[in-house]
Design a protein around this ligand. Structure first.
Ligand SMILES: [Zn+2]
Ligand SMILES: [Zn+2]
Length: 345
């Protein structure tokens, strides 16, 4: 089979590899659509601790089952499926506490390699986090299961509804998915980003207010967002940080109202640190919440949202590339062009 490897930051290579055969509990999936993701882009630009190089990459996908291992009952050859690339071990101390997203093995037992003709799904993923794709959604829409599960994990526990005001910082793919889910819940949503084209996209997708701000460019100076001048507003109920830049993690706290919540979604470079004003956290009783990955329950919720076609996820696809042209997709993303690209084998 053909498979794209990430050799080192900035370099991908299309290779001929052995097509894997499924063992007990596993299934072999022919990829019909795979999507680029912010994590892939980070790996392409600067390397990523969770994506070893040289190695296969790509983790958002959907496809058709071409072979099943012994003991697989739920799927058979020819089934159209959608899946995520991880599942918890159900045995470690975090799994025993039902903190499945924090499972000690969840990252080491993940599967990468969606930018290829085939992917072999391990048994623990087949059992917990693979689903039949209904006929009413496309393979591209189905491939949103993974990123949407992350966003569901962040937004769902907050109980957001009509009357809530949310600020999404960063209009990349994850920021836009936050927008879609928050609008679905009835919140009033503002997005801030440094790219005009992304804000226009957010507006088209129903964002109530957009702000172009150079403050998302890394800088040492304290950023300012001219949102509250003169309108007597008190700040956002919720702020969703979706950039993964430490200075934006810090500034996000400036925009939340007293008693509000800031969730920190964007992963920063390892070793980076942030500082916060103690008064804001203490007297204003602000909740700062880190969020990572998702549980099987989140994946089920994301699956239901996609099957109901509740969110216009296909609008996030900025273009399509063949396996041989994956480099072009990442070069565009690296220049800030486009939201997500579909890689079609
Ligand atoms: Zn992803
Ligand atoms: Zn575990």
């Amino acid at each position: 089979m053909l498979a794209n490897l990430l050799i080192h930051p900035g370099k991908t290579e299309l290779c001929e590899a052995d097509t894997p055969r499924p063992s007990r509990g596993e299934i072999l999936v022919q990829i019909k659509a795979a999507l680029t993701c912010g994590t892939d882009l980070k790996a392409f630009k600067r390397g990523h601790p969770m994506i070893p190089m040289p190695g296969l990459f790509g983790h958002e996908f959907s496809g058709i089952v071409v072979e099943t291992g012994r003991g697989v009952k739920r799927f058979k050859e020819g089934d159209e499926i959608m899946s995520v690339h991880t599942a918890p071990c159900l045995e470690c101390s975090y799994c025993k506490k039902k903190l499945y997203n924090l499972c000690e093995k969840i990252m080491e037992t993940k599967v990468l390699g969606a930018f290829a003709e085939y992917i072999l799904l391990p048994a623990h993923i087949v059992r917990q986090n693979a689903f039949h794709k209904p006929g009413n959604i496309t393979f591209e829409e189905a491939a949103f299961l993974e990123p949407l599960s992350c966003v569901v994990h962040n937004v769902e526990p907050l109980g957001i509804g009509k009357g809530h005001k949310a600020l999404v910082v960063g209009a990349g793919p994850i920021g836009i998915l936050h927008l879609l889910l928050l609008k679905e819940k009835g919140a009033t949503v503002t997005i801030v980003d440094k790219h005009e084209n992304k804000l226009q996209m957010a507006k088209k997708l129903g964002c109530d207010y957009v702000f172009l701000s150079p403050f998302l460019t890394p800088s040492k100076t304290r950023p300012s967002l001219p949102l509250w001048e003169g309108n007597g507003d008190i700040g956002f109920d919720y702020v969703f940080e979706c950039t993964g830049m430490p200075e934006v993690w810090e500034s996000s706290v400036s925009y939340v109202r007293r008693g509000g919540t800031v969730t920190l979604f964007g992963g920063c470079k390892s070793g980076t640190r942030v500082t916060y004003e103690t008064c804001r956290l203490h007297y204003d009783e602000i909740t700062l919440k880190g969020v990572f990955h998702y549980t099987p329950a989140d994946v089920k919720k994301a699956y239901a949202l996609l099957c109901k076609k509740s969110l216009a996820v296909s609008r996030l696809i900025s273009g399509r590339y063949a396996l041989t042209r994956i480099h072009n997709a990442f070069e565009k993303l690296a220049k800030g062009e486009g939201i997500k690209y579909a890689i079609i084998p």
